[in-house]
Write a protein that binds this ligand. Structure first.
Ligand SMILES: [Zn+2]
Length: 445
């Protein structure tokens, strides 16, 4: 795109005057991001650097042997699992310099092409230049990228270096902030303002353009650099938004000279303190001598609290249920008195009426079905029975008392059990007896 703003025009003009990256820096870049490789298949080892191959049973049979020396080119080789005939590796490295009072980061895409029986070839393309101004503004000049789904760095290598629209103002984790973090050329020039803001030469595993941009735009990054909180810095650069809620605790740590070594664990620990309602501004809590132990203790406390909450909720529920059962019990028991003592035995199966509401409740809990929840025991024309083996409920049966018919017989999770047919048959055979018994009792009372 044509540069529009004054800043873009300025950056484009500097960019146009820039010399290509020196041979020396390019050679350094390759050696910094790639190592010569070998691979094995069957009993043969292949040097992917010079193309030589040799019989080496031992190397081929030991996939964990990671390094060897090529007998032809004498280079120290590292294992590469080449599954196809050839492979391409891609890496980025960057060069940090100052031109015309502007901080510049030049990012080069390096590629290693490897193929069995052939000498490795390397290619390098400078794909992006970041111009970072003292006031924190940034202009990107780069080659075009193919907007392919899932590929943010599919570069069009023969495209022109142009000013490209930049969205980092609202997305600090855009692709442009990801590239170039593998290696940085050691000869660097850095704007004084960045050094004043705390930059000490350590990019803390982030890309240089991301660090410089943040150092001029995000005061928290400056604070972390100046206080030497490298672990927090690394974490902040990766997931900044996640850290905002922890910032007041970070400041306490800084004020007390407490260096966080494991930022993820510490952040998690502070979150635990918060959920426990503890004071996350208390230096004694925020700066534990043994973070692992403090984290373990906080986690245990959170778990205890959770268990206690669950227990209380359960007790509350049971209390309600007990009250409900007690209210329903007299009427239900009176109705069931007509069936007291009734029982059927068929081999190991015993069928008995559920004679109290509490029994109905226990039946529902044991078989995980809805007999109690749906209040079957309140249905005046239903008789509930339980089929049991060795005292344990197997199925619950509902008999309609108007027609003396079995309405349903259900086991665990409302499914029929393996004994379903037998239970239904036995009960059906004895329904006339059940009916007579109920009538006799009713007449008698
Ligand atoms: Zn070789």
């Amino acid at each position: 795109m044509e540069p529009k703003t004054a800043l873009q025009k300025h950056a484009a003009a500097i960019s146009a005057r820039m010399k290509p990256i020196s041979e020396r820096a390019n050679a350094w870049g390759l050696s910094a991001v790639f190592v010569p490789r070998f691979t094995t298949s069957r009993n043969t080892a292949y040097c992917l650097e010079c193309g030589h191959s040799w019989k080496d049973k031992f190397l081929a049979k030991q996939p964990l042997l990671d390094a060897c020396t090529c007998p032809a080119c004498n280079k120290q080789l590292h294992r590469y699992n080449l599954y196809r005939r050839k492979a391409e590796c891609m890496e980025y490295w960057s060069l940090v310099t100052v031109t015309g009072g502007v901080q510049v980061v030049r990012v080069t895409l390096a590629e290693q092409h490897m193929k069995k029986h052939q000498q490795a070839t390397y290619s390098q393309t400078e794909v992006a230049r970041f111009f970072i101004y003292e006031n924190g503004r940034m202009v990107t000049v780069s080659k075009a990228r193919l907007p392919l789904m899932g590929y943010w760095d599919h570069w069009v290598k023969n495209s022109r270096m142009e000013v490209r629209p930049l969205k980092i103002e609202n997305d600090a984790h855009s692709a442009y902030f990801q590239i170039g973090l593998t290696a940085v050329y050691p000869r660097q020039r850095v704007l004084p303002v960045l050094l004043r803001n705390g930059f000490d030469g350590d990019f803390c595993t982030s890309a240089p353009q991301a660090v410089f941009y943040q150092l001029l735009n995000e005061p928290k990054i400056e604070t972390l650099y100046k206080s030497g909180q490298k672990a927090l810095l690394e974490r902040f650069m990766a997931v900044g938004y996640r850290f905002n809620s922890l910032w007041s605790s970070v400041r306490i740590a800084i004020r007390h000279g407490y260096i966080v070594k494991d930022a993820t664990l510490w952040a998690d620990y502070i979150d635990l303190l918060k959920s426990l309602g503890r004071d996350t501004l208390n230096p004694v809590l925020v700066c534990p001598e043994d973070l692992h132990q403090a984290h373990r203790q906080a986690l245990a406390a959170v778990r205890r609290r959770q268990a206690e909450r669950e227990r209380k909720a359960r007790m509350e529920r049971y209390k309600e249920l007990r009250e409900q059962m007690q209210q329903q019990e007299p009427e239900y028991q009176a109705r069931m008195a007509a069936y007291a003592g009734f029982q059927l035995q068929d081999g190991e199966i015993r069928i008995v009426p559920l004679s109290t509401v509490a029994e109905v409740f226990n039946e529902g809990e044991a078989l995980q079905h809805c007999v109690f929840v749906r209040e079957y025991h309140l249905r005046k024309h239903s008789l509930l029975l339980s089929a049991r083996i060795e005292g344990k409920p197997v199925e619950t049966i509902e008999v309609d008392l108007n027609q003396y018919k079995i309405l349903q017989a259900r086991g665990m999770h409302n499914q029929p059990s393996a004994y379903n047919e037998r239970i239904v048959r036995v009960l059906e055979n004895h329904i006339p007896a059940l009916r007579n018994m109920a009538q006799l009792r009713r007449n008698a009372s």
